[in-house]
Design a binder for this molecule. Structure first.
Ligand SMILES: Nc1ncnc2c1ncn2[C@@H]1O[C@H](COP(=O)(O)OP(=O)(O)OP(=O)(O)O)[C@@H](O)[C@H]1O
Ligand SMILES: [Mg+2]
Length: 254
């Protein structure tokens, strides 16, 4: 049994088939990448797995149970967390508060109850804050815990998003173009961080356009083009797959 099974997933928008009968598995403990040209359906696929979009057909099986059609918070409770292609932070909240939003998904009290100080909630909040600070430290954010998230530079906002996603202690982490907008140095740090996350036992499904990053860190790659999976395999096979080269790598490697 695979950790995550994406089975015959399809989603269209009007007449546009954004994801068309896509199937692949993600094995536990690996870094798997989903690549493909702009508009290939990668983010749509993530939205289907994370419950942000209702699938039109197919199934998503996580740890042996279907999560098809569940709301996002239920999927988060099952152990899937994500970052977004366009960073989504609460700009007027502090770094620590943003990361604690990730904790609330995990805590027994839940997000709404956490807003109301009931007995037991305060202790849970304090523990949450300590855990959140730990994830901030992992991302090099310890010196900006009380800073307004909206005032940080782009690289650090990305780091806050990562910390928030990790704070829910997911088993599967979905990363949508984490290297977008990062410089070469930051991208190398990101590669180390993603490996570290994998070594913590968290399975990673990664959408990324930076081919050197993808080829460097992925254990396996699935390639989408116009919503259809056209190839799947280890980086060394994907790099020399003629169909992949023609639809995607051709321009980059010219
Ligand atoms: N909510 C939506 N409504 C209508 N069309 C959409 C919607 N979301 C995505 N699409 C379309 O579906 C197709 C796939 O989009 P998607 O965002 O999944 O691609 P992508 O592979 O993530 O691309 P990129 O690399 O540019 O992020 C595109 O043609 C896009 O315009
Ligand atoms: Mg996208």
């Amino acid at each position: 049994m695979a950790f995550l099974e994406i089975k015959n997933l399809s989603r269209s928008f009007g007449g546009l088939r954004a994801v068309e009968n896509v199937s692949f598995n993600v094995e536990k403990g690996l870094i798997k990448a989903v690549i493909g040209p702009n508009g290939a359906g990668k983010t749509t696929l993530f939205n289907l797995v994370a419950g942000a979009l209702e699938p039109h057909s197919g199934d998503v099986i996580f740890k042996g149970r279907s999560i098809y059609g569940l709301p996002t918070h239920r999927i988060a409770w099952r152990g899937i967390s994500r970052t977004y292609q366009n960073i989504k932070l609460f700009n007027d909240m502090t770094v620590l508060e943003n990361i604690m939003v990730g904790r609330h998904r995990k805590s027994r009290a839940g997000f709404l109850r956490a807003m109301v100080p009931l007995p037991g909630t305060r202790r849970e909040e304090r523990e949450s804050a300590e855990k959140a600070a730990g994830f901030a430290s992992l991302l090099g954010l310890s010196d900006v815990l009380d800073a307004r998230a909206g005032g940080l530079d782009f690289g650090r906002q990305r780091a806050v998003e990562f910390a928030r996603a990790l704070a829910s202690e997911p088993e599967l982490l979905l990363l949508d173009e984490p290297a977008a907008g990062l410089n070469i140095h930051e991208t190398l740090e990101l590669a180390d961080l993603i490996r570290k996350i994998r070594d913590m036992g968290i399975t990673v499904l990664l959408i990324e356009h930076d081919m050197s990053l993808v080829m460097d860190i992925s254990d396996e790659i699935a390639v989408l083009s116009y919503g259809v999976k056209i190839a799947e395999g280890p980086p060394k096979d994907i790099q020399k797959n003629p169909e992949v080269i023609s639809v995607y790598l051709g321009d980059d490697n010219a």
